[in-house]
Design a protein around this ligand. Structure first.
Ligand SMILES: C[S@@+](CC[C@H](N)C(=O)[O-])C[C@H]1O[C@@H](n2cnc3c(N)ncnc32)[C@H](O)[C@@H]1O
Length: 243
C-alpha cells in the first residue's frame, strides 16, 4: 500500500493514494497545488487549466468550496466528469485548447495551472491572452517543471534530462526567469516565483510511489536519480491582475 501522507501537505494527505496515482499525468499535483498556498473565498470562479484527469479540480472544489471549470486538451471531458461525480464534486469539465479558451473576458477570480503551463505558456504573448479571462484583482498561479539554471546559460541540456525529455526541457525555466517574464509585462503585479523547496525530492517520491502502484518503473526515475536535485524541481509562480 503506497503511502502519500506528508506532514508538510496536510490537506493533500486526506486523499486516497490509489485514487491520486490512478489520476496520474505528472508528479504530485496536489502537493504542488497545496505548496502554492493560495487563498480563495467560497464560491469564487476558478479555472483549472490543463486539469488532466482532475485531481486538482477535486481538491479546489473540496478544500476551498470554489466553483471549478476543469479545462483540458488531452483528456476526454466525459472521463473527467465521471471522476468528479465519483468524488462527489460539481466541477464543469470541458475540452479546451489553451489558446482558444471558450470563456467570457474577466470571468474568473483565479486561474490555476498545475504541471501544464510548460506546454503552452512560455511564449511571450501568452500571459496577455490568459489574463483577459481574469477579473481585475484576480489570481494567477502556476506550478511548472523548473530548473535551477537556464538551459540557455548552461549552453546545453544536461544529458540525463535530454535523454528523457529532449528539447522539451527548453520550457523548464528558473524561478527568476518566470519572475522577470511576468513582471516586465506589467500585466500582473505582486509576482512571486520560487523553486519548490522539496521539488526534486517530491518528484522522486511520486515516481517511486507510481512505480510501486503500477509495477512499471516510472520513466522519470533514472533522470531524477541522476539529477540528485542539482537542476530539477518545480517553479511555483503566482501573481495578481491589477485592479
Ligand atoms: C502533465 S499533464 C498534467 C495534468 C494535471 N494538471 C495534473 O497535474 O495531473 C499536462 C496537461 O496539460 C494539458 N495540455 C497540454 N497542452 C495543452 C493545451 N495546448 N491546451 C490545454 N491543455 C493542454 C494536457 O491535456 C494534460 O492533461
Amino acid at each position: 500500500m503506497v503511502d502519500l501522507n506528508r506532514a508538510e501537505y496536510p490537506r493533500s494527505s486526506k486523499y486516497d493514494a490509489a485514487w491520486l496515482l490512478d489520476c496520474d499525468m505528472g508528479p504530485n499535483p496536489l502537493w504542488l497545488l497545496e505548496g502554492l498556498n493560495l487563498q480563495f473565498e467560497p464560491g469564487m470562479k476558478v479555472l483549472d487549466l490543463g486539469s488532466g484527469k482532475g485531481a486538482t479540480s477535486v481538491f479546489l472544489a473540496k478544500e476551498y468550496g470554489v466553483q471549478v471549470w476543469a479545462a483540458d486538451l488531452w483528456i476526454d471531458p466525459t472521463d473527467a466528469a465521471a471522476n468528479f461525480t465519483a468524488q462527489g464534486v460539481e466541477v464543469t469539465a470541458l475540452k479546451a485548447e489553451a489558446h482558444t479558451l471558450p470563456f467570457a473576458r474577466e470571468f474568473f477570480d483565479a486561474i490555476v495551472c498545475i504541471d501544464a503551463y510548460e506546454y503552452f505558456g512560455t511564449a511571450d504573448n501568452y500571459l496577455a491572452y490568459l489574463t483577459t479571462f481574469l477579473k481585475p484583482g484576480g489570481q494567477l498561479a502556476i506550478a511548472t517543471p523548473g530548473m535551477t539554471q537556464e538551459v540557455r546559460n548552461l549552453g546545453h541540456i544536461p544529458a540525463h534530462i535530454k535523454k528523457v525529455v529532449g528539447w522539451e526541457a527548453l520550457a523548464w525555466h528558473t524561478a527568476d526567469w518566470w519572475r522577470f517574464q511576468w513582471e516586465i509585462t506589467e500585466l500582473v503585479e505582486d509576482v512571486s516565483a520560487r523553486m519548490q523547496e522539496s521539488g526534486w525530492r517530491d518528484w522522486l517520491a511520486w515516481a517511486e510511489a507510481l512505480t510501486e502502484h503500477t509495477g512499471i518503473p516510472n520513466g522519470h526515475l533514472e533522470m531524477l536519480h541522476a539529477d540528485q536535485g542539482e537542476y530539477l524541481g518545480f517553479a511555483l509562480v503566482t501573481a495578481r491582475k491589477p485592479r
